[in-house]
Write a protein that binds this ligand. Sequence first.
Ligand code: GTP
Ligand code: MG
Length: 201
Amino acid sequence: MQITEAKFLVSNTDMEKSPAPVFPEYAFIGRSNVGKSSLINMVTGRKNLAKTSATPGKTRLINHFLINNKWYLVDLPGYGYAKVSKTSKATWDKMIRDYLLKRKNLMNVFVLVDLRLEPQKIDMAFINWLGEKMVPFSIVFTKSDKLKKQQIIYSVEHYKKELRKSWEELPPLFITSAEKKIGKDELLDYIEEVNKSFKPE
Ligand code: GTP
Ligand code: MG
């Protein structure tokens, strides 16, 4: 799939105010600073579509984008950012969970994880929660440019092993780098494929 049009639509804290669920939707989520906004910019080929930052916790809203007038892309706030108060953490948590459970046109959640780190408790807990709630998801490894080829293979295997502790079947996995533009075609092909199964209500 080529991206010919990508436009920002709306930022929300309330999923009820999201655009009408008339198109298939894909959400990007992961720990703060994992590289969600950078990946979205890389995939859409737009430098500043999603705001990136060296300061974690930059994305605080549900951000909707419309791609090719055909599908929605959503940049969600990162979870697990230590420097926010408990109250605002709980607020974000509820906002994200509400969105993930209630959004009818949501086709897939891309869970981003940093391949350089050991599988993190917070990521595994989130992944397990998605599985239990039967929210379809895939795992996207980010910042692969920071690892050597051998390390990538080792880390992906290590991650799979960890996932197999809870799940018999593994979700689709993608290896990406926003920096080196790796993984773009794989992600877009996957989205194109899943788009075919969208049935508007
Ligand atoms: P929040 O919105 O704060 O949750 O962060 P985010 O997940 O959107 O991360 P963001 O895209 O803002 O990137 C965080 C930092 O990681 C920035 O300094 C990016 O330049 C860096 N970064 C993102 N992707 C890559 C990548 O593929 N490779 C490398 N080397 N750095 C990256
Ligand atoms: Mg962001």
